[in-house]
Design a protein around this ligand. Structure first.
Ligand code: DGY
Length: 323
């Protein structure tokens, strides 16, 4: 029987074409995420789904789709998928790591520089016609070179962000579940407990997966431990930060600024956030380069055809299903 695939949002053509060579393909016809009902309606007849981070794939959804044998998530993060439920139902699941590491690290750096040097604020000032010439005290930011960069979570992206600090001659400190000897050797990085890192870092950058244990890892008491001059960057997942507490910390200048690519209730923004001048907000574009999205599309599509052929894909999240 030819396989039937659902792609829950239009992706680069190379990924769609790969799946078309291996079966029938249904692509979400809307330029928005599918609702849960639409996911079931379009997906219940399908053998494999290529999903987005905006699709919540719960056990109750899986229950209504008994034909489903594989889910390939077009993202490195997979907090949107109940992997344990997939495993119980013998549905393989995969993600797209590695290919988006550089793009996401680059965007982290874009936010570090934009917040430190007040790039967005200054751009708006010029566009609104408020600039009347060079001024000795206008838009003073804070230097990046020579400062301390605190990386929370030293997976692929966190490590790449740390490596990119080379040109800025920064001191690297990190916190994570285990030692990272490679990072220590490459960047003379020092591991610290979270509280110590928050105390020491001029720039704090979050690179953790979202799990019940990491939700709100930064909240009111953590902001209290940060320097008043500190800048917080999040290109991981929004709920890592208690956004209401962050707004209070930014408003009172308990910390200096934040650069955010992800939000606790995205695409909803917590009231008060965008009114703050010391925050830069981006619409979750960490992996959004042409090169990276093409690679993600191919990797996700190939993983799905691997699953349909009974092969374990290279980035399988539940290898147990293969026995
Ligand atoms: C991911 O792949 O998890 C990223 O959030 C995409 O930007």
């Amino acid at each position: 029987m030819p396989k039937h695939f659902l792609i829950t949002r239009r992706i680069p053509a190379c990924g769609i074409e790969h799946l078309e060579k291996h079966g029938k393909v249904t692509v979400n016809p809307h330029d928005r995420a599918l609702t849960q009902d639409e996911l079931i309606t379009l997906g219940h007849e399908c053998d494999g789904w290529l999903t987005m981070l905006t699709d919540a794939v719960s056990d109750s959804i899986l229950e209504k789709c008994p034909k489903l044998r594989g889910i390939s998530n077009y993202a490195v993060g997979y907090n949107n998928i109940d992997v344990a439920a997939c495993t119980r139902r013998k549905i393989a699941a995969s993600n797209t790591p590695d290919v988006l590491t550089d793009a996401t690290a680059e965007l982290t750096w874009a936010l570090i520089l934009a917040t430190s040097r007040r790039v967005v604020e200054a751009d708006g000032y010029v566009r609104r016609g408020l600039w009347h010439g060079w001024s000795p005290l206008e838009f003073l930011g804070s230097a990046v070179t020579g400062k301390t960069l605190g990386i929370i979570g030293t997976g692929r992206i966190g490590c790449r962000v740390a490596e990119m600090a080379r040109g800025f001659n920064m001191r690297i400190v990190y916190s994570g579940r285990r030692d990272n000897p490679a990072l220590e050797q490459a960047m003379a990085a020092r591991r610290m407990e979270l509280a110590e890192l928050l105390n020491a870092a001029d720039i704090v950058s979050l690179h953790l997966p979202l799990t019940p244990g990491t939700r709100h890892i930064l909240g009111p008491s953590e902001f209290e431990q940060m320097k008043p001059t500190a800048i917080l960057i999040n290109t991981g997942r929004g709920p890592l930060i208690d956004e209401t507490a962050l707004i209070a910390a930014l408003r009172s200048r308990r910390i200096a600024a934040a650069g955010l690519d992800v939000f606790e209730y995205e695409p909803q923004l917590t009231p008060g956030l965008v009114e703050l001048p010391n925050v830069v907000v981006l619409p979750h574009i960490g992996s959004a380069t042409v090169e990276t999205r093409n690679k993600m599309a191919m990797m996700a599509a190939e993983s799905l055809t691997d699953m349909m052929n009974g092969r374990r894909p290279p980035h399988c999240l539940n290898p147990e299903v293969y026995g």
